[in-house]
Design a protein around this ligand. Structure first.
Ligand SMILES: Nc1ncnc2c1ncn2[C@@H]1O[C@H](COP(=O)(O)OP(=O)(O)OP(=O)(O)O)[C@@H](O)[C@H]1O
Ligand SMILES: [Mg+2]
Length: 349
């Protein structure tokens, strides 16, 4: 790309050279090199062309020396011109890049892109299907797998992620961050396995559109610091206001028609918002005899069921003890194995 300052320098030089030529009445070859230099600067030509050509001419000079010393000297002078041009162009490029090599800048950009964490939203459509339970346990399993994880309670009206994660006391919460009273860093509470929890004190009026935008901004900031930002959501439409383009969605469903159809509606809406539905978690399996089977659920939803969590009284027991079931039942239980599988699938991307 042509930069404005280069254009000015180039135009001034061409004019200057023109004047010189007119004044002396003859045209020296040196001027051609000068012209090449400014054209290269103007069009940001690669300095390596000049250096390469210079080296090529130096070899030519070495070969020519046996035939004619004068010719060899002349070629060597041109080679030095080209090498000097190449070096100056390199220095200009280096200064413009702020002292950093172009490749170094690119490598840094790539590293920064990689560092940015992902936002995974756990949602359903229907209430009571196990969103909070899955969010808390997925958080612990991801941390167990070596990820840095923060969980955010997006169920503003009826939050209980803090209980699920065993956070006993939280003087401030997401609510105060939304209201601008405290900063997000002041509401990152320690929980199991190094997971950080952003709890929310209940706001019975629910979530306004404006506050939903603030929550989005908050969780997007958290991606700078954490590999995974997990968002627990309220049941129903309120969850949708929290979603933003690029968020990744896990649908939690129970093996019944109502839950699956509500999840399908949710999927349709979030996809319209530019979110990516990764897959589903089938929870509370085996609670009753007549249940939908996995193939039907996958076909209806059009996504893969990543994990199948049984109905297990130990899971309810764990929630009463305010401990994620992954830790309460241990990593060998059927539910924990499924959650680890989900965490590994997510880790792979
Ligand atoms: N697989 C399971 N087996 C037994 N109990 C479960 C299972 N999954 C969740 N539960 C229990 O079901 C109840 C509801 O779960 P949870 O709060 O996670 O649902 P939710 O979808 O977050 O609800 P809401 O829509 O109200 O936010 C909790 O008491 C929880 O312990
Ligand atoms: Mg919940």
């Amino acid at each position: 790309m042509v930069k404005r300052e280069h254009a000015i320098i180039g135009a001034a030089t061409v004019t200057f050279l023109g004047l010189l030529v007119i004044k002396d009445g003859e045209f020296g070859v040196e001027y051609l090199f000068l012209l090449y230099f400014f054209v290269a600067l103007f069009y940001e030509l690669d300095a390596r062309f000049a250096i390469g050509a210079g080296l090529f001419l130096l070899i030519g000079a070495a070969l020519a020396i046996q035939r004619s010393e004068a010719l060899a000297n002349q070629i060597a002078i041109y080679a030095y011109y080209l090498l000097a041009i190449g070096v100056v162009l390199e220095v200009v490029t280096y200064i413009e890049a702020g002292g950093e090599d172009e490749e170094e800048v690119e490598a840094q950009n790539r590293k920064e892109e990689k560092v940015k964490g992902r936002i995974i939203v756990v949602t359903s459509g229907k209430g009571g299907v196990g969103k909070t339970t899955i969010t808390a346990n997925l958080a612990v399993a991801l941390a167990w797998e070596g990820n840095s994880v923060v969980v955010v309670d997006g169920d503003i009206a009826m939050p209980n992620l803090d209980i699920a994660m065993g956070v006993k006391s939280a003087p401030s919460s997401l609510r105060e961050v939304i209201n601008g009273k405290v900063e997000i860093k002041n509401v990152l509470y320690d929980a199991y396995e190094g997971v950080k929890v952003v709890p929310c004190s209940p706001c019975l009026d629910g979530l306004t559109e404006r506050n939903a935008k603030k929550v989005q901004a908050i969780i997007e900031t958290l991606t700078q610091e954490f590999d995974n930002v997990l968002l627990d959501t309220p049941p129903g439409r309120e969850a949708i206001t929290l979603m933003n383009r690029g968020y990744e969605i896990i649908l939690v469903v129970n093996p019944d028609q109502a839950s699956v159809l509500d999840a399908l509606n949710m999927k349709t809406i979030v996809e319209r918002k530019g979110c990516k539905v990764l897959g589903a978690v089938l929870n509370m399996v085996g609670a009753v005899k007549k249940e939908l089977d996995i193939d039907d659920i996958e076909e209806t939803l059009g996504v893969e069921v990543f994990a199948i969590i049984p109905q297990d009284k130990k899971i309810r027991e764990a929630s009463v003890h305010e401990v994620p079931f992954f830790l309460y039942t241990g990593p060998e239980s059927k539910a924990s194995i499924e959650i680890i599988r989900l965490a590994r699938l997510l880790k792979r991307g």
